[in-house]
Design a protein around this ligand. Structure first.
Ligand code: ADP
Ligand code: ZN
Length: 749
């Protein structure tokens, strides 16, 4: 390609172009980085090195981006030199380090997302790229001589004397020591006698004290903690699975890894599944380290986000606890990543960039040469297989703390012991509740379904109330007086008559949600103090924390909740857990339905009997012979995992094979189908490769978009990304059609 004309004032070097170029990655869905001209005043010195945050023009706008590394195989400037535009500014922010840049490229290549879309997650707070104003302070200028006409008043003299030596002082300090006010300082600064310093805004995060004593660890905890400390000291990549039953004290063990990281002057990142609802975890952190960690989640206010991002980048936030997005924070000195409840589904992001924070944390650990700790009572099969293959090390905590025993689990066969008509609690469960209340203890009823009833139908004509935007039923929320779609948020007041046959008052609520269970509990135990915990009944982290505190203090007798109560809570007085519908997650035929149901119900069961009082769990099911139920009853996780593993292996499914989903969606069905058919015709073929579809997605309509899916199955030794990239490049989607790739899909909707 012919080079553009060089500008006259540039000094051409031997064999090189006259114009210094830089590649700049913008946080946008573009295919790659763009070339810009490095302006001399900005660089090419330290200012424009890779990683620098810069402001550049794009079209008629200005954008913030990052100077990106030059690809080894890039042509060194294909873009016409004459049309290059200038980098406008280097921002006053710590540059994005090489590990982070490689991480972003890696995630993009693996998930097939544009690198800029991944960068966008790392640049989620653009305001943080300019430093906070900070505090202005003054220092004398050495060798300054008074200009013509300078009036040396006694006050001016005092201030000059004070500020001749450091440190820089704030106007308040100056006034305190000399009595001089703002006018004196201004006058001196105008005469060039004082230099302005900007002191960083005070560290917003207190320093956790690694050496505060925690609880005396049990021998099993101490042994595990020692191993984790060793891996932190190694300052090398490793992955350790902390595999301990519910209530075995995993948190205190990985706190020791955090302590060691802090002693070495490095930062620790902890990912939790529901950070906004983790008041108990935060209390324990404070008890161990004497102060709160930095938080990172979607409910954080804008100012807090900005300070946190900046503090993380400037190594002023020693410990960050966050949701999956915290993985993309620009740590200055990361030394440890902990993923608590590593099996949890919330680590998978399923919009924008489709990624698994657990898997990408391992990648980040590898690129950054640091240890990763995965904690769970029910590790994912992927992790179990990685342990079996000696990629990960496992540490075991087989017993609960303080002599507490694991609860006894009994199955209630709903065919043999059905609840009364129109009720959902079987006689054995109702009896167990009565006993628990009589004993002055607490019970938890678990049903993973919000609202009152999942389906409303017309008794006259059978019409079902459905969402107009999604292939989904409307869920009745009786307390709120509305029917709503759990996928798109569409809501309406319950209609007076059937929209189909116009019959009046003909609606029947079918099936239970937590509200309906609460109604049944009120009828059975009118005296009992009950409380519903579901994401729509709890107003926010504060009220969630209040409910948790109320349960801990014994102010609640029966807690009724969805999966948000399954995670990590420690309720010492809770002795009975009733699972209302254990079969709920098994329908639908999802690849991991059994695994996830086993994990969730193990977590729920794990809430019972965590202190002195022994716990009991009753699991209502129509399928007592199902392997998940059998495993819950016997407590034999290993046997369940082995059987599940054998099935996956036989079917060449993950973790023994690779999967990727391709989702085609758009507002016009015909266009979506046309794109799906075109992709079908261009489908890749080859040994060890299978492409299923196109088929209507289980949610064939979602938020007004029609959806079709392909599932690509490959042998384990096959990389699907190049195949997918080639395939998708061969088809031009319809105008309003979106084609999304989900590598390692978790949801099959
Ligand atoms: P897990 O995460 O394995 O379910 P936790 O870490 O929540 O278990 O610990 C269960 C309870 O035991 C918590 O209340 C915790 O504070 C307490 N605990 C943990 N380790 C100890 C210990 N060594 N001594 C006393 N209490 C402990
Ligand atoms: Zn909807």
């Amino acid at each position: 390609m012919p080079k553009g004309h060089t500008s006259s004032d540039a000094v051409p070097g031997p064999g090189t172009s006259a114009v210094e170029r830089v590649r700049v990655l913008l946080p946008l869905g573009l295919p790659g980085a763009l070339d810009y001209r490095a302006v001399r005043e900005l660089g090419p010195g330290p200012g424009l090195r890779p990683g620098a945050f810069v402001r550049v023009p794009l079209g008629s706008r200005e954008r913030l981006g990052v100077v990106w590394d030059r690809d080894a195989d890039a042509d060194g400037g294909g873009f016409d030199e004459a049309r290059l535009r200038d980098v406008l500014e280097v921002l006053d922010a710590p540059p994005l380090d090489a590990v982070m840049r490689r991480f972003i490229d890696w995630v993009a290549a693996y998930t097939l997302a544009p690198p800029g879309a991944v960068l966008k997650m790392a640049m989620s707070v653009p305001q943080a790229l300019t430093p906070e104003a900070g505090v202005i302070a003054y220092l004398g200028v050495p060798g300054w001589t008074p200009p013509e006409g300078f009036r040396a008043t006694p006050q001016r003299h005092k201030v000059l004397e004070l500020l001749a030596a450091g440190p820089p002082r704030t106007p308040a300090d100056i006034r305190a020591e000399t009595g001089a006010g703002a006018g004196v300082i201004k006058g001196l600064a105008a005469a060039g006698a004082l230099a302005v310093h900007r002191l960083a805004a005070g560290s917003p995060f207190a320093a956790p004290d690694a050496d505060r004593p925690g609880p005396a660890l049990t021998p099993a905890q101490a042994a595990a903690a020692a191993k984790l400390r060793d891996s932190v000291r190694a300052e090398a990549f490793s992955v350790t699975l902390l595999d301990g039953v519910t209530g075995s004290g995993k948190t205190e063990v990985y706190f020791e890894a955090i302590a060691e990281t802090l002693r070495r002057g490095r930062q620790a990142l902890v990912l939790l599944p529901e950070i906004a609802l983790s008041a108990q975890w935060l209390e324990r952190f404070e008890a161990r380290f004497g102060c709160a960690p930095a938080l990172w989640h979607s409910e954080l206010g804008a100012a807090r986000r900005r300070r946190t991002w900046r503090a993380v980048a400037e190594d002023r936030a020693p410990v960050v606890v966050g949701a999956r997005s915290a993985l993309f924070l620009p740590f200055a000195a990361l030394g440890l990543i902990v993923i608590d409840e590593e099996h949890d589904g919330s680590y998978k992001q399923e919009d924008g960039v489709f990624y698994s924070a657990r898997d990408m944390a391992v990648v980040r650990g590898q690129l950054g040469a640091l240890p990763v700790v995965l904690a769970s009572a029910t590790p994912s099969l992927e992790t179990v297989v990685n342990v079996a293959r000696d990629r990960y090390t496992a540490l075991h905590l087989p017993e609960r703390i303080g002599g507490a025993t694991l609860p006894e689990v009994d199955l209630v066969d709903l065919r043999a012991a059905p609840p009364p008509a129109g009720r959902w609690l079987s006689p054995p469960l109702a009896a167990a509740l009565a006993e628990t209340l009589d004993a002055g203890q607490q019970a938890l009823l678990f049903l993973n379904r919000r609202g009152y009833a999942p389906l409303t139908l017309c008794r006259a004509c059978g019409h079902r109330l459905e969402c107009p935007n999604c292939s989904a039923w409307l869920v009745e929320h009786r307390a709120a007086g509305r029917l709503s779609c759990h996928h798109c948020g569409y809501a309406l007041r319950p209609p007076e008559s059937c929209p189909d046959c116009q019959a009046e008052a003909s609606f029947a609520a079918c099936g239970p949600g937590v509200e309906r269970i609460a109604e049944e509990v009120s009828a059975l135990f009118p005296e009992a103090r009950q409380c519903i915990m579901a994401s729509d009944t709890v107003a926010g982290p504060q009220s969630f924390g209040d409910i948790v505190a109320a349960v801990v203090s014994g102010a609640v007798d029966i807690l009724i909740g969805t999966q948000i109560i399954a995670k990590g809570y420690h309720f010492p007085l809770l002795t009975l857990v009733g699972v209302v519908d254990a079969d709920l997650g098994l329908s639908g035929g999802d690849l991991r339905a059994s695994e996830h149901t086993h994990q969730l119900l193990t977590q729920v069961a794990g809430r019972a009997g965590r202190a002195e009082l022994p716990g009991r769990v009753l699991v209502q099911t129509y399928m007592p012979e199902h392997p998940v139920m059998a495993a819950l009853a016997s407590g034999d996780r290993a046997a369940f995992v082995a059987a599940e593993m054998a099935e996956r292996k036989a079917a060449h499914m993950p973790p023994f094979g690779r999967l990727a989903a391709v989702i085609i969606s758009g507002p016009r069905e015909g266009e979506v189908d046309a794109t799906a058919r075109a992709l079908g015709r261009a489908r890749p073929e080859g040994p060890g490769l299978e492409v299923l579809g196109p088929a209507p997605a289980a949610l064939a309509l979602l938020r007004g978009r029609h959806r079709r899916r392909f599932l690509v199955k490959g042998a384990r030794d096959r990389r699907l990304q190049p195949i997918l990239r080639d395939w998708l490049a061969r088809v031009r989607p319809g105008k309003a059609v979106r084609v999304q790739v989900d590598v390692d899909p978790v949801s099959f909707l």
